[in-house]
Design a protein around this ligand. Structure first.
Ligand code: GLN
Length: 537
C-alpha cells in the first residue's frame, strides 16, 4: 500500500447505553483495515476527569492497561493491541483530566495572554491537537469516544470531532455510531426508537452518523423492515446499517463485521480504495478456538474475581494460548479471601493449572500464600504474575527456607524477612516510592524453561509495581532450589523465578499478559497452557 497523502479519521461513538462494545468494534475495524494494507492508529478518549485510570479502583474501572512507554491506560487499549497487534503509546489514551490539566497549567503560566479561556475554542482545539498527535504515522486514525452521546461529560469531545470533520473537509472523516436495538418480547418486534433518538442526539451536536452498528442479542438477525426503517429515519444508507449480534467470542466480531461490509463502507466514505483483506491467520485462530480438542481448566486466584474486567488481559492471554493449543478454556475464578491452609485443596480441586495475577494491598494475601503452598506441594502447574511472583517467593521463604513471617514490606513493614522491599539505589533515585512502569529488558538464565519458551536470551516486558525481590536472599533461594530465571541486564533486579523440581512453576515480576495478541499468543502463556493440558510446557 502506497503512503496516502492525506490522513483519514474514523470516529466511533455510542448511544443509549454504555457497554455496547465500542472498544471491540473499533479494534475490529482496525484489524479489517490493517488486513487491507492500511497503516492504522488507535486512540481512546475518556470523558472522566482523572488524569488516567491508574488511580482508579479496579471495581470502578476494571484493569489498568500499561503500554511500553509506561502509560497507565484504559482497558480498551488492551483490546486494540490484542486485535491489531500494534503496540500503542500513552498518546493513544486521552482523558478529559489530561486536557483540562494542560489548559489550566497553560492559563496559570500566562500562555493565553489575558484571553477568557473556555471550552470552545480552547478545550476543543486542544482535543483536536491531541487527536492529530496520536494519528501520526497512520493512513487511517481510529478514535473511540468513551461514554454515551448526550452525556454532559462527552460534549466537548463531540464538539471537537465535529470541528475536526469540518476542518478536514470532504472524505476526511467518517462517523460510526453504535446503538442497541432491543427486542421487545411482548410486542414480538425489534424497537428502533432508541436508535432513532440516539442518532438525533448526535445530530443535534452537528454530527450526522455515516455508519450505524446495531447491537443485538445473541443469534439475532435484524429484520429487513427494521433495517429499512432505521435507514430511512436516520438518513443512513441501508448498506451502512450494520448489525452486530453478541458473538461466541469477541474474536469473531471482525469476521462478522467484515461479512457485512463495514470496512468497505468506511473506505467508500473516506474516498479510499477497497482492497482484498488478508484475514487467513485470524480465521485460522478463530477456527481453532471454535473446534477445541479438549478443555483446560485454569484457576485464577485473586481478590477482584467478582469483577472479571479487573483481570481482562490475563483472561484474554489465557484464551489466546488455549486457542493456539486447540483447547477450550474454562477459568475457575477463586476468591483468595476464601482460601486457607485447610480448604486450599478443595477450592482448587479440578484445576489443571493455577495462575496468581497482579494486585495491590494486603486483602486476600494469606489466601494466595496458602494456595501457593498447595500448588507447590501438589505439583500443579503454576504461573505467577507480578504479585503472583511475590506470593510464590514469600511462600517458598516461609515453608521451604524456614523464614518464619517472611513477607513483602508492602503487607508487613516490620517483617523479620523482607523478601520484597522497595528498592533504593542510584538507578532508582527518580522512581523513589512510585511505580516501576512500562517496558524493561530482562536477561534470562539460559537453562531456564522461560528462555526455551521465548526462544531467546533477552526479553522485554511491561511492568507496573513498586516492590522488588530483596537481593540479599538470592543465595538462600538458590540453595533451596529456586532458580533465579531472569534478571535486569545489569543483574541488579530479579525479574523471574522458576522452581525446576516442579512440573511447571514459572513466575515473573512483569505483566506478560499485556503483550499477548490473538494472532501471536505469549510464549509463557502457551507454555503454561501446554503444561496444564498435560503436555510438556
Ligand atoms: N503490589 C505489588 C507491588 O507493587 C505487585 C503489583 C502488581 O502485581 N502489579 O510491587
Amino acid at each position: 500500500m502506497k503512503k496516502k497523502s492525506k490522513r483519514k479519521y474514523v470516529f466511533v461513538t455510542g448511544g443509549v447505553l454504555s457497554g455496547l462494545g465500542k472498544g471491540v468494534t473499533a479494534a475490529s475495524l482496525g484489524v479489517l483495515l490493517k488486513a487491507r494494507g492500511y497503516r492504522i492508529s488507535m486512540q481512546k478518549i475518556d470523558p472522566y476527569l482523572n488524569i488516567d485510570p491508574g488511580t482508579m479502583n479496579p471495581y470502578q474501572h476494571g484493569e489498568v492497561f500499561v503500554t511500553d512507554d509506561g502509560a497507565e491506560t484504559d482497558l480498551d487499549l488492551g483490546h486494540y493491541e490484542r486485535f491489531t497487534g500494534e503496540s500503542l503509546t500513552g498518546s493513544s489514551s486521552l482523558s478529559a483530566g489530561q486536557i483540562f490539566w494542560d489548559i489550566i497549567k497553560k492559563e496559570r503560566e500566562g500562555d493565553y495572554k489575558g484571553e477568557c479561556v473556555s471550552i470552545v475554542p480552547h478545550v476543543t482545539k486542544n482535543i483536536r491537537k491531541q487527536i492529530k498527535e496520536a494519528a501520526k504515522g497512520s493512513d487511517i486514525a481510529i478514535v473511540e469516544i468513551g461514554g454515551t452521546v448526550g452525556d454532559i461529560e462527552s460534549m466537548p469531545f463531540i464538539e471537537a470531532i465535529r470541528e475536526h470533520a469540518l476542518l478536514e473537509g470532504p472524505y476526511g472523516t467518517v462517523f460510526i455510531h453504535l446503538v442497541p436495538v432491543p427486542y421487545l418480547a411482548a410486542a414480538g418486534e425489534y424497537k428502533t426508537k432508541p436508535t432513532q433518538h440516539s442518532v438525533k442526539t448526535l445530530l443535534s451536536s452537528g454530527i450526522q452518523a455515516d455508519i450505524l452498528v446495531c447491537r443485538l442479542d445473541a443469534g439475532s438477525i435484524l429484520p429487513k423492515t427494521a433495517k429499512k426503517k432505521i435507514s430511512m429515519m436516520c438518513s443512513i444508507p441501508k448498506k451502512a446499517v450494520i448489525t452486530n449480534p453478541d458473538a461466541n467470542t469477541i474474536y469473531e466480531v471482525p469476521l462478522i463485521l467484515e461479512k457485512q461490509g463495514l470496512a468497505g463502507a468506511v473506505l467508500q466514505k473516506l474516498g479510499l480504495k477497497e482492497a482484498k483483506p488478508d484475514l487467513s491467520l485470524w480465521k485460522e485462530h478463530v477456527r481453532r478456538m471454535r473446534n477445541p480438542g479438549g478443555t483446560v481448566k485454569i484457576a485464577l486466584v485473586g481478590k477482584y474475581v467478582e469483577l472479571k474486567d479487573a483481570y481482562l488481559s490475563v483472561a484474554e492471554a489465557l484464551r489466546h494460548a488455549a486457542a493456539k493449543e486447540s483447547r477450550e478454556l474454562d477459568i475457575m475464578w477463586v476468591n483468595s479471601e476464601d482460601i486457607d491452609a485447610e480448604n486450599a485443596g478443595a477450592l482448587l480441586k479440578g484445576a489443571d493449572g493455577v495462575i496468581i495475577p497482579g494486585g495491590f494491598g494486603s486483602r486476600g494475601i494469606e489466601g494466595m500464600i496458602a494456595a501457593c503452598k498447595y500448588i507447590r506441594e501438589n505439583n500443579v502447574p503454576f504461573f505467577g504474575i507480578c504479585l503472583g511472583m511475590q506470593i510464590a517467593c514469600i511462600e517458598f521463604a516461609r515453608n521451604v527456607l524456614g523464614m518464619d513471617g517472611a513477607h513483602s514490606t508492602e503487607f508487613a513493614p516490620d517483617t523479620p524477612y523482607p523478601v520484597f522491599d522497595i528498592l533504593e539505589g542510584k538507578d532508582r533515585v527518580n522512581i523513589g516510592g512510585t511505580l516501576r512502569l512500562g517496558a524493561y529488558p530482562c536477561a534470562l538464565c539460559p537453562s531456564s524453561k522461560s528462555a526455551g519458551l521465548y526462544g531467546r536470551g533477552e526479553i522485554e516486558e511491561r511492568h507496573r509495581h513498586r516492590y522488588e525481590f530483596n537481593n540479599k536472599y538470592i543465595g538462600l533461594f538458590e540453595e533451596g532450589g529456586m532458580l533465579i530465571a531472569g534478571k535486569s541486564p545489569d543483574g541488579s533486579i530479579v525479574e523471574m523465578v522458576e522452581y525446576p523440581e516442579h512440573r511447571w512453576y514459572v513466575a515473573g515480576q512483569f505483566h506478560p499478559e499485556f503483550m499477548s495478541r490473538f494472532s501471536r499468543p505469549h510464549p509463557l502463556f502457551v507454555g503454561f497452557i501446554k503444561a496444564a493440558s498435560g503436555g510438556k510446557g
